[in-house]
Design a protein around this ligand. Sequence first.
Ligand SMILES: Nc1ncnc2c1ncn2[C@@H]1O[C@H](COP(=O)(O)OP(=O)(O)OP(=O)(O)O)[C@@H](O)[C@H]1O
Ligand SMILES: [Mg+2]
Length: 239
Amino acid sequence: MLLELSGITKRFKNGTKYQEILENLDLRIYEGDSIAIKGKSGCGKSTLLNILGGLLPFDEGEMLFKSRNISTLTVNEQAEYRRKNVGFVTQNFHLLDDRNVYDNIALPLQYLRLPKKLVKSMVESVLYDLEIEHIMKRHISTLSGGERQRVAIARAIVKKPAILLADEPTGSLDEETEEFILKIFDKLHQKGMTFVIVTHDDTVSSHCQHIYELHHKKLRLFRGVASEINSLKDEPLVL
Ligand SMILES: Nc1ncnc2c1ncn2[C@@H]1O[C@H](COP(=O)(O)OP(=O)(O)OP(=O)(O)O)[C@@H](O)[C@H]1O
Ligand SMILES: [Mg+2]
């Protein structure tokens, strides 16, 4: 098992009141899994993803990564966990606006202190895969939303993380680019990468093995949604 969440409860303090977002939530993620998470706006999807990525503490429960308890690690050890294992495509990308595309993608590899030559070849390979070589020298502030999204995906996958967490990764892409990104995700999945993708898009979730809905502070499994969608297409229309 790659990640195991048991009894996770998360509250935010808003003014003097506590708002409970997740309550006693359980989730098991095995190596090579691909998981889609759906749910209404504000139900806590990004909160859950931030917890999975070790970016946000929680109030109750336990999270184990390869049997290691993440919540008992020091701040530095948690940062190390993220750097080594987690690729993150956040909802607002978190790219460095005043740097160029190349530097943004190279950053996670520099944190890992990899040799310069290796960094260059890994960045070039992902620039090529995502068909963004032509914009590698451009500053992020000059890019369109869809271009930024592709750069954010490139930065998240460049170190070939054990787990890729993606918050609406195709939200501002046209259909053709979305299909292209999904093909890249499929390829990475075939190579064994584990995915958790927050998405409202049925095309994206139909590429995942497991589809959950975050509802009433917990996850519930949508069994066979992908296959239902596919089988519906093949069903003759009976009126
Ligand atoms: N740092 C914070 N402090 C206080 N409240 C927060 C904080 N972050 C999130 N919330 C609240 O927690 C709830 C869940 O937020 P979250 O961003 O996880 O929702 P979401 O499911 O990702 O929504 P969306 O689909 O709109 O992105 C919301 O009510 C939000 O206002
Ligand atoms: Mg969100």
